[in-house]
Design a protein around this ligand. Structure first.
Ligand code: FAD
Length: 459
């Protein structure tokens, strides 16, 4: 009887425990479902959909080489998994675990059905270095602060990555007709804005491993300082590959060797932030829609939140649009937003500055920024994106204090000292074509601090 391996955000054949278990068990069939219909599942943003299309193309090539068929389907997962298992007479079902509440509910439903139907069903840890329920704070439950979380986690040794399975384990029997990749409707049609993404990225595990190897041999040595420099490409650029599971965190962890140098330790702790975001998301499924610090529910935003609550709605829409389009008159913010629009990625330092500017200088709710990033980032994930937005906004569990407000001009001088990054993304900078500053930094900073002070006083 064939075994079904249900692939989700783990689009690789190396270090894929569920795939390994399936080929050990018998003849494997891989199933991928684009599920945007099950309750509570957040539909993908546009840039992420573009990435997924190309990542699935690359995955199909890798599976073809192993002789393992890939079935694609769009729709509610529970229904599709059941029907597929029944149609091919599957004897077993394997997957790597996921951590969102809605996703886990779907998985639990399928597990219960499969057990009842007499199928062997088994899930594995593959996408995180830790299982969020296994690492608990001294008081029990979730860690709220990064440093002790990472101290506890990084003291462990993580398992070595698994090799890809050998060829000859694919199911060769009759299979029902499934969807073609194009019918998943993942690519933009008109206008096709994806040219810049294609210039900047090659999705898929092969390109991911190449990038990892280049980083380990090159940028890693300078990472500790280089990571903060948007003008130098000083970070690894691995985030979309990790987001889509083209690389596993175990592969990255072992390739980097966290104890080899100070830079390697700093890099490993960034992987730790990824873990921490998922830890928070697991414990707070409403991370993208609810302030973790509830006093922020009463923050006097200039613009309502995503659900339309609060806010003075006094023309901030114009400001939100200027921010999205990189026309605020603050070059570091604008360069970042243009980099994002063009390539689907923004440097971390610039993400922090652009986010702080939206929330604190424009007084716009962090959820509107989170949604924009969700739609435009190729690495947008349901844990890291809202967790980082809440961190910047000051409303998160382990947030940067609200009164720490980035000055985009000071940040520009410090992290792009020769203006290279600005010149790359804003060719008209310094000419009359470049927009004037849409707000006064000093006044808006004071307004944000006053609003925050008012919030504290009302507690
Ligand atoms: P590197 O510096 O090379 O880091 C290596 C890896 O560590 C990254 O690939 C990523 O997987 C992880 N990592 C690094 N920093 C963080 C962090 N702060 N939080 C979580 N993981 C981290 N990252 C995402 O992967 N998806 C998102 O949706 C996302 N949204 C963000 C939104 C905001 C407002 C901010 C400030 C940051 C966000 N980040 C997000 C975190 C970070 O900016 C990116 O992970 C990083 O820029 C990716 O580039 P890199 O791979 O070169 O990073």
């Amino acid at each position: 009887k064939p075994s079904i391996v249900w692939f989700r955000d783990d689009l690789r054949v190396k270090d894929h425990p569920a795939l390994r278990a399936a080929v050990d068990d018998g003849a494997a069939v891989v199933l991928y479902i684009l599920d945007e219909e099950s309750p509570g599942i957040r539909p993908l943003g546009s840039a992420a959909s573009w990435w997924l299309y190309h990542s699935l193309t690359a995955l199909r090539e890798e599976l073809d080489a192993l002789g393992i068929p890939l079935l694609l389907r769009r729709g509610p997962a529970e229904d599709i998994v059941r029907k597929t298992a029944t149609a091919i007479g599957a004897g077993a079902l394997f997957w790597n675990r996921r951590y969102g509440e809605a996703e886990r509910t779907v998985d639990a439903g399928i597990k219960a059905w499969a057990r009842e139907a007499g199928l062997h069903v088994e899930s594995f840890q593959a996408s995180l270095l830790h299982e969020p329920w296994e690492v608990t704070a001294k008081t029990g439950g979730q860690y709220k602060v990064f440093t002790p979380f990472w101290r506890a986690l990084s003291a462990q040794d993580f398992r070595e990555p698994l090799a890809a399975p050998a060829t000859g384990h694919g199911y060769t029997g009759e299979l029902p007709a499934y969807d073609g990749l194009d019918s998943l409707r993942l690519l933009p049609t008109k206008p096709d804005w994806s040219g810049g993404l294609a210039e900047a990225w090659t999705p898929g595990p092969r390109a991911a491993h190449r990038r990892l190897a280049e980083f380990v041999d090159g940028g890693l040595a300078e990472y500790k300082d280089g990571r903060d420099r948007p003008d130098r490409d000083g970070s690894s650029g691995l985030s979309p590959h990790l987001r889509w599971g083209e690389l596993s965190p175990f592969e990255v962890w072992h390739a980097v060797g966290s104890r080899r140098s100070e830079s390697a330790a700093v890099f490993a702790s960034e992987l730790g932030w990824r873990e921490f975001c998922w830890h928070q998301y697991f414990h707070n499924p409403q991370l993208a829609t609810a302030n973790l610090r509830t006093e922020f529910d009463r923050f006097p935003w200039a613009w309502p939140d995503a659900a339309g609550h609060g806010g003075a709605a006094d023309g901030s829409a114009v400001e939100l649009r200027a921010w999205q389009q990189g026309r605020t008159g603050f070059p570091l913010v604008d360069a970042g937003q243009r980099q994002l629009w063009h390539t689907g990625w923004m440097h971390n330092r610039v993400r922090m500055v652009a986010a702080s500017f939206l929330v604190k200088n424009l007084g716009i709710h962090w959820q509107l920024g989170e949604q924009w990033f969700w739609d435009t980032l190729v690495d947008a994930d349901p844990a890291s994106n809202p967790a980082n937005w809440q961190w910047v906004a000051g409303s998160g569990a382990d947030a940067s204090p609200f009164f720490r407000i980035f000055n985009p001009e000071a940040q520009r001088t410090k992290f792009d000292p020769h203006g290279k990054y600005i010149a790359r993304w804003i060719p008209e900078f310094g000419t009359p074509d470049y927009p004037e500053e849409i707000v006064d930094l000093k006044t808006t900073r004071q307004e944000a601090l006053d609003a925050y002070k008012g919030l504290r006083e009302r507690l």
